[in-house]
Design a protein around this ligand. Structure first.
Ligand code: GRF
Length: 199
């Protein structure tokens, strides 16, 4: 897809929980030098804390409760309908704790980003901080990547490392990594927007 330089890139953010990555992305997008707009948010969890963030930002937030769908493909079709209707150019998954079907992912080639709290390809999936601690890793971190049909797979855009301390717990490590997630996602967005503007 080629996008004229003057038109702001229309961004959707998908989230499932608290929404701190969404908030950071929204703050970044709001800067005048960032040629993008936060067009729509979607969550699969009716109780997600991030819904309040959308209200404060005045951004439309669609709630598609995955538990009301029989099949993964039906949920993804509903998601796709909203994204297409909103004429979205780029989708940022930000703590969106839901696997997406290959059909959905392939429908948004290089237009679908994800953040994962590990130094991929290490620790795909859940409980990454605990797993890094149990493995005795000396460093840990986060990754923003283009999504591919395999879970937590795809070309890496930005990675940020943090040291693991001897007295770290999963909670303390989570805190150190999330601070880097916020920095990483804003940086990755800049990289992707530049790439989209250049093609
Ligand atoms: C982040 O650590 C994200 O990488 C992970 O879930 C967390 C979501 O945090 N998959 P938030 O909702 O962005 O605050």
């Amino acid at each position: 897809m080629s996008v004229e330089k003057s038109r702001p890139i229309r961004i959707a953010i998908l989230f499932s929980g608290r929404g701190s990555n969404m908030q950071t992305l929204a703050n970044h997008i709001a800067q005048p030098e960032v040629n993008a707009e936060f067009t729509v948010a979607i969550t699969n969890r009716p109780q997600a804390g991030g819904i309040d963030i959308c209200k404060q930002l005045g951004v439309a937030c669609h709630i598609i409760d995955h538990e009301t769908f029989d099949a993964r493909a039906a949920f993804d079709a509903a998601l796709d309908d909203i994204l297409r209707a909103a004429k979205v150019d780029l989708i940022c998954c930000a703590g969106f704790m839901r696997l997406l079907t290959a059909d959905f992912v392939n429908g948004w080639p290089d237009r679908l980003l994800n953040i994962h709290p590990s130094l991929l390809p290490k620790y795909k999936g859940l409980h990454t901080h605990k797993r890094a601690l149990e493995a005795g890793d000396k460093e840990h971190g986060c990754t923003v990547h283009y999504m591919r049909p395999e879970m937590d797979d795809g070309p890496i855009i930005v990675q940020k490392k943090v040291p693991v301390r001897d007295d770290d717990t999963p909670d303390s490590l989570t805190q150190r990594v999330i601070e880097q997630e916020h920095i990483a996602y804003a940086e990755a967005l800049d990289v992707v927007l530049k790439k989209m503007a250049d093609t």
